[in-house]
Design a protein around this ligand. Sequence first.
Ligand code: ITP
Ligand code: ZN
Ligand code: ZN
Length: 226
Amino acid sequence: MSQTKVFDRLLEKATSNLLLENDWESILKICDLIRQDDVASKYAVSSVKKKLTSDNIHTIGYTLECIESMVKNCGSKIHQEIVQKDFMEQMKSLCQQKPDPVKSKCLSLIQCWSHAFRKNPNYKIVEDYYNQMKMEGFQFPLLKESEAMFDVEEAPLWIQDSDSTSCFRCRSEFGIINRRHHCRACGQIFCHACSSKQAPIPKFGIEKEVRVCDGCFDKLKSTSAA
Ligand SMILES: O=P(O)(O)O[C@@H]1[C@H](O)[C@H](OP(=O)(O)O)[C@@H](O)[C@H](O)[C@H]1O
Ligand SMILES: [Zn+2]
Ligand SMILES: [Zn+2]
């Protein structure tokens, strides 16, 4: 079964209106799939946005729990998808149209994200919505700063192929035979001889074995042995 199908099934489970409490196991598996890039964050957020349009208030409530965990655990790849006008509009309309606990959950999420993203100018839309909604009379709950702190470690962006003509480690020139390969731990580009090993990268939430360079392999092994 494709990982996207696995994600869809987990999201169905985690947002079922038959649940009596949060299905944390499914929620955390959803976060793992996103952190490991087994499912695209754009697809994940668009699926969650659809769930927020459910007629069932319980499904919406459990979906908000999923969103909260995705934002806390999956880093900027998810943040970039939620700091969009359409998503913020959807959250605001839930505050206008739905009763508690959905309304209060949405208000506290908008407030939490506004605080957590306050230093990132690219995410200013959240603070703008928060301030605008305060001016419009929405009653936000007391901010619990500890809940608004999440600095999850995430995998580095990959160096662009075009930015590298030789192996970062042995300097061999790339070409038809000597192909480029990315290390998932440092994001640098290596020849196959310098990046033939695989390892999980727990600090990035990558539990499966992925390609890493020899230097990162040794570091990861020494960390896991410690
Ligand atoms: O197979 P190629 O045509 O050489 O393309 C390379 C592979 O897709 C590499 O995948 P990998 O890191 O999983 O090997 C990727 O890291 C490189 O950026 C690509 O240039
Ligand atoms: Zn090399
Ligand atoms: Zn590396």
